[in-house]
Write a protein that binds this ligand. Sequence first.
Ligand code: HAM
Length: 426
Amino acid sequence: MTTTSLPGFRDFYPADLALRAHIFRTWRAVASRYGFVEYDGPPLESLDLYTRKSGEEIVGQLYGFTDQGGREVALRPEMTPTFARMVAARAGGLPKPIKWFSVPQLFRYERPQKGRLREHFQLNLDIVGETSVASDVEVVAAAVDMLREFGLGAADFVARYSDRGLISAVLQEMGIPEASLPAAFAALDKADRESEEWVIERLVDARIEPDSARRVLDLTGMDLGDLSRQFGDVAAVGECLVRLNRFREQIEAAGLEDFVELDLRLVRGLAYYTGLVFEIWDRKGKFRAICGGGRYDDLLEAVGGPALPALGFGMGDVVLGELLRDRDLVPEGGHELDDFVIHVSDEQLPAALHIVHSLRARGRRVGFDYRSRSVGRQFKVANQAGAARVIVVGPEEVERDECMVRSMDTGEEVKMGLAELLAGSD
Ligand code: HAM
């Protein structure tokens, strides 16, 4: 037997869970501020939900197995296919736009390293039924505001965005067949980490001619000016450029220009994106991506639903937790107990229990010593348990229907009548 968890899986001791709870609370608060409602789905899905549309990288990382009924199943590596499946099943009856969020635990068999584990929690926030630029802006703004709510600022992080529709249009204009696009995006997604030779090999694997592969790679060095000069009169490219301009104007109108930057090298690895794509990174480049998302206008139809446009993002708890620790933005734990009731000897235990349960009935968090140890010892236990207030009950106090109340923050002590204690407002 071993006391360690599996590689890449975390134990959440109370202090770790406190940070996780802080992250979840903040995500939920900001999501509802933007008018999103929470949903959830099953952690285990049919394997083909992922093999059909997620893309090779994620499929290679699946925790998949055959269940006892002979079904090929997998632990969810991401939430988007489940979300698309759930929406597709009821799309007709749901008012649009659908604005939902969820905080699922996800499983990917990755090589565990800083910022990457084999399980993580991921806020997913998505909109269905909107093609407007305003909805693109809304999703990016929500992701930015999530991070601002934790106390992070424009010096800490940046949201980089691009448009896969634009890059697709350019690639198709260059003669790249549509069927090769997902593999081309997967290769370009790695261009900042891998050598040029590696990227070109992957592009050639995706049945792109070596000459064209070099031109595709050159795209990663172009800016918007280069693209509009070379491809601006291709209709599909022109439309994307207009959309990107509107996006920029609305980001500025929302006051978010310090947080959001265009970066045409960004394409994202997942296969289903069709338009806007974005990722949030820490400015110093010390951590992996905090958040990633984009528009996936064809996925609902691909999982058997109606053709409805959709977009959203996933923000993981692992990198975010690392960043918050790095910037000293983990809130200090407050008091874990409101009161700790000390009884001086065993004889006062019934009186102490009466106080403990009366206070708990009023909603206060109350502890006491199960073993009637010395008063000094009980004070120590109260302190370790994080009590804000200690209530001491001895023989004289029981006699007079009162108790001694001590604030653990200030050390101030007062005598208080029992009736007043049990009726008190704090
Ligand atoms: P993703 O880029 O694969 O997107 O994941 C989003 C975020 O989840 C990443 O930026 C990262 O913070 C976190 N993450 C991913 N894998 C791991 C891991 N192994 N360990 C720790 N954190 C991780 C998606 O999953 C898309 N389904 C997001 C989406 C929603 N797109 C549209 N809607």
